[in-house]
Design a protein around this ligand. Sequence first.
Ligand code: BES
Ligand code: MN
Ligand code: ZN
Length: 500
Amino acid sequence: MKVKVWRGSITEVKADAVIINLFEGVKRPGGATGAVDQALGGAISRLAEAGELTGQEKEAVVVYSLGRLPATKVVVAGLGPSSGFDLEGVRRAAGWAMKAAARGGCRTVATIVHGAGIAGLEAGAAAEATVIGSLLASYSFRELKSAKESAPHGVEELIVVEHNETKIPAVEAGVRHGQVLAEATALARNLVNRPAKLITPTALAEVAANIARQGLELEVLEKADCERLGMGAFLSVARGSDEPAKLIVLRYRPSEGRAAGGPLAFVGKGLTFDSGGISLKAGEGMEAMKADMAGGAAVLGAMQAVAGLKPAVEVIAVVPATENMPSGHAARPGDVVRAMNGKTIEIISTDAEGRMILADAVAYARSLGAKRLVDLATLTGACVVALGNVRAGLFANDDRLATEVEEAAAKAGEKVWRMPLDREYRDLLKSDVAEIKNSGGRPGGAITGAHFIGEFAGDSPWVHLDIAGLALTSTEQAHTPKGATGFGVRTLAWLAESAK
Ligand code: BES
Ligand code: MN
Ligand code: ZN
């Protein structure tokens, strides 16, 4: 979608629809909404008095302007109660309103910056949230539908209207930032929504090569390279599949003002299909395991954003990509393999494969000079049991990095929750025959999974985000349709930008 900033009044902009807003309970709106109300001869306040326009969240009432405005229609977005209104409220209101405009066949939509008026949010941040909510709500995955079933068109152009000249630079910066983040999120969603037969490790490497064209370095390690490096954990997972595994590395080097603290690494689980391997999963719902590369997709999306935003910190992305399949070549429960860092691992379950591929990926990121590590993975069903589909589990061996990731997630509007990593949980991974085993059983399953990865991060500051419950949504949300969410892209991008 094209996005531009236009300086002027919302009552003067030409578009198929203009989007204004209303807080819950307001009967006589002021600001931009008041100006439109006046131009419409009081239609909006009449609807509010009659209780047909309440300002509740999710509400998007469409009114025809009948020639009283250059725009054909007006969409009034409900902001919900004014107390506690925040940037997520902006994103949601923008999302519902854009969907209402799209349903009505609008191609060009103008919107005010939600939240920058009486709500008092900073103009740049409010503009960014307006754009992110609008663009993410307009996302749909239709590439595998026939032309007939796919919508004839969506909104093609979004015009962000700001009448206050002094706010224009902030609005412009916010709009651009929002557009970069929304496009990066859409990229991640596409990768996750595509079936595993299309998004193979090879295809993921090609996507990475495309992103690299925007000014990043690319390295793709093949099986032979991984063998030479001693990545026995990663390779043990790949053995059962006919699809060649790839260890994808993207590197961003800032041209100026290198941040202190050294390179930041993003490591994403790129399991393109998780059947469980010899420890085969139950059949029901297995199709969701095409999304087991959501961590890797988020890392690739974040690197596209990094390429566009050019933060001051060096960023190394590592995405181990493979399928987990059963076959006569597959690894067996009871096998012992040696990871890149020399540690021996007893495979208890071949379905605990994410930690295996991340073990070598984390070790490799450190060998490239990464000083701080953040991994994202659809790692455990146990994390879904613990936190449901609302918050991702955050595990860390370093309070400072944990806080930085929490702050980045808050800016992104992505919810995380810090989980414990007591040593007692690590004891559950003691093996009789090797240095560690890959499953500690059901108790504390998300925590033991995290501990396993932490073993390979060693003394490097490290955060692990278990996004198993967040990669897909089964219900349509304000700016997230059913299917892939793109969770994590914006948190990682904000983290890179906040590094000083
Ligand atoms: N990819 C799964 C985790 C998962 C489950 C992601 C549900 C999304 C939704 C992971 O590889 C897995 O199978 N984990 C096992 C670990 C166990 C064998 C220790 C699990 O959670 O059961
Ligand atoms: Mn698994
Ligand atoms: Zn998995």
